[in-house]
Design a protein around this ligand. Structure first.
Ligand SMILES: C[S@@+](CC[C@H](N)C(=O)[O-])C[C@H]1O[C@@H](n2cnc3c(N)ncnc32)[C@H](O)[C@@H]1O
Length: 294
């Protein structure tokens, strides 16, 4: 049974609630790190950066109208904003024991490019996304199809490889990953699906595993309607419910996990926090790290 959230999407592109999370303009002051990456890593001339971003973003929007695309949130390069980023960089840059990172639900793979620009060897980086077109648009955005050594796999995290059509099988990553980055990903799904994703993550990982990321969070954890299909729910966490989720993943996989998480207000997310539930300040951003204890 496929449960990926894309199954629910079958509404016209001009739906009003989609337009709410489509920004017409890029706020120049909020994209300085992305501009630097596009100019210095991708060699895009300064005066072409904005038009280039718009062109790629609009192609992606037609494929699937995620708020992170419509609102240019992919330009945050969110991995670099996480407090664990220096530790992760050090782990990935240690040449005596090279570690691997998987960006699950990577979209354009913008965070992988940030890691490469910061000196990590592309060979040790993996990106997985349901939509091959997003992965291809990533090459278009960063103009690095020839140079980038990172590995991108099209795949549905819920599908066993026997069901997967085409592409490399996700099982080729089983037991090969040290660190998983999951940004704006788990929050797409309901509790049961998140448990399944967690169990799939455990299969990907080895050794001193770490999962980290950010997603929509709340002071009132529970199931909330999905944006694209309000008849289905997605579970939104506070730090305690996120630990319970990982306790259940642990019970089901014979592993043990410790969550360190914080609810934060993040610039640029305020509108979404307000709009989504009318719950005002109850909804925030959950920044998390999940460490394997056993
Ligand atoms: C909200 S976007 C977040 C993208 C990126 N991590 C970021 O922070 O900008 C979620 C991404 O997960 C991908 N995705 C959704 N369901 C998936 C699934 N079942 N398996 C793998 N990827 C999936 C989507 O295609 C999309 O690129």
């Amino acid at each position: 049974m496929a449960t990926s959230e894309n199954n629910s999407v079958n509404v016209p592109n001009d739906r009003r609630d989609r337009i709410r999370w489509y920004n017409g303009d890029i706020e120049e002051e909020s994209i300085a790190p992305a501009r630097k990456l596009l100019e210095e890593y991708s060699n895009i001339p300064s005066d072409q950066v904005i038009a280039h971003i718009h062109a790629v973003r609009d192609k992606a929007w037609k494929i699937h109208p995620y708020p992170c695309i419509g609102r240019f949130r992919f330009l945050d390069l969110s991995i670099s904003l996480h407090p664990l980023y220096p530790t992760v960089l050090a782990r990935l840059s240690n040449t005596s024991t090279p570690q691997t990172l998987l960006d699950l639900g990577c979209c354009f793979g913008q965070d992988i490019r940030r890691l490469v620009a910061d000196g990590v060897r592309g060979e040790n980086l993996y990106g997985v996304d349901l939509r091959l077109q997003f992965l291809e648009l990533g090459y278009e955005l960063f103009r690095d199809k020839v140079s980038l050594r990172a590995h991108f796999l099209e795949g549905d995290v819920f599908e066993e490889d026997a069901e997967a059509e085409g592409g490399k099988e996700l099982s080729t990553l089983d037991g090969k990953i040290d660190i998983i980055y999951a940004a704006s990903f788990l929050h797409l799904f309901d509790w049961e699906e998140q448990v399944r994703v967690g169990m799939r993550m455990v299969r990907f990982m080895r050794g001193d595993s770490l999962v980290f990321g950010r997603q929509v969070g709340t002071t009132k954890p529970g199931p909330y309607p999905r944006r694209m299909d309000p008849s289905r729910s997605r579970y939104t966490h506070d730090p305690d419910s996120f630990q319970r989720l990982w306790d259940e993943v642990g019970e089901k996989t014979g592993t043990k996990w410790k969550v360190i998480a914080e609810l934060k207000t993040v610039k640029g997310w305020e509108r979404e926090v307000q709009e989504e539930h009318g719950a005002g300040e109850s909804r925030m951003v959950l920044q998390f790290e999940v460490h394997r204890l056993g």
